[in-house]
Design a protein around this ligand. Structure first.
Ligand SMILES: *[C@@H]1O[C@H](CO)[C@@H](O)[C@H](O)[C@H]1NC(C)=O
Ligand SMILES: *[C@@H]1O[C@H](CO)[C@@H](O)[C@H](O)[C@H]1NC(C)=O
Length: 281
């Protein structure tokens, strides 16, 4: 009797231990190896920006148990994968001093843009965002266009000089991403859902802004410096003609990126108490 109780107890302890181990391993796997989870198990394309969504600190701390797998999953790791999503959000800043150096390849940048377009949300999944990426000479050409169209609009030589200087600062970068919205999609939604007709243009702006933010943050997590400009609508037509962009698309913003040639300025913050309000915690 005594013996049987003993072995029952032993079996129970063993079972608990095995279940516990399995659970631990599973949750570790799910939480710490999301890239692997998505790409290898479900055959889903792994966005480079997914590094933004995955916390490598977690990977590092569990690397003893799954090193070969995580190594493989992160073989295309770049600087972005060294940061957690919130770290990348916190370190994103405006860099005005940029140069023509690129910390990652053009293909990787293109992959970030592709993944942003595929995975960033849009209202009613409208997918109204359009991105045009200009590298090197094409980037230079864009900023030459801006100077060209802006000059005749400026009232004084003084302003021509200061604006040219400012724009040459953007031209000193490596590339520019032009963010457009396709108004055909917006009007389509307005017709389909008249109840929200007056809201769709605003939601289209939100959609564009989310794309701008993700690429800004992702590129800086990769080591670029970026700043966001708005030389629309004066440059739209010239750009649309040059790069065969449909004339009806609306240019919303230009994200300039390049190697970091300086530090961002100080950022002042209005007290959180005036900006965040929590109830029911
Ligand atoms: C999914 O990945 C497995 C293992 O790499 C592969 O054998 C299979 O063909 C893939 N399936 C699809 C649909 O890509
Ligand atoms: C981005 O998507 C386009 C369109 O599918 C494709 O041609 C291109 O190869 C993709 N770029 C990368 C780097 O995956």
């Amino acid at each position: 009797m005594h013996n049987r109780l003993g072995s029952l107890l032993a079996i129970l302890v063993l079972t608990v231990a095995i279940v516990y181990q399995a659970n631990m391993a599973q949750s570790l796997y799910r939480t710490c190896v999301p890239t692997l989870w998505q790409s290898q198990i479900f055959n889903r394309t792994v966005p480079l920006a997914s590094s933004l969504y995955s916390n490598l600190k977690c990977i590092t701390s569990s690397s003893h148990s799954s090193q070969p797998l995580t190594r493989k999953a992160f073989s295309s790791s770049t600087m972005a994968s060294q940061k957690s999503f919130m770290d990348a959000v916190k370190t994103r800043r405006t860099y005005y001093a940029i140069n023509k150096q690129a910390p990652i390849s053009d293909d990787k940048i293109e992959e970030l843009v592709n993944d942003t377009i595929l995975h960033v949300p849009s209202s009613f999944n409208s997918q109204s965002a359009r991105a045009v990426v200009l590298f090197k000479d094409e980037h230079d050409k864009f900023w030459d266009f801006v100077i060209e169209v802006l000059k005749p609009m400026l009232p004084s030589e003084e302003q021509v000089k200061s604006s040219t200087q400012r724009i040459n600062g953007f031209r000193a970068g490596y590339g520019t991403i032009l963010f457009f919205e396709d108004p055909k999609i917006v009007t389509g939604l307005q017709t389909k859902m008249p109840l929200y007709a007056d809201k769709f243009p605003q939601w289209s702006e939100h959609t564009s802004a989310m794309h701008q933010f993700v690429l800004w943050t992702a590129l800086e997590a990769e080591g670029f410096g970026c700043n966001l400009q708005h030389y629309n609508p004066i440059v739209d037509q010239k750009a649309q003609t040059e790069w065969n962009i449909p004339q009806e698309w609306q240019l919303k913003a230009q994200l300039v990126f390049g190697g970091r040639a300086g530090e961002p300025g100080e950022k002042s913050q209005t007290p959180l108490e005036q900006r965040v309000f929590v109830h029911g915690k």
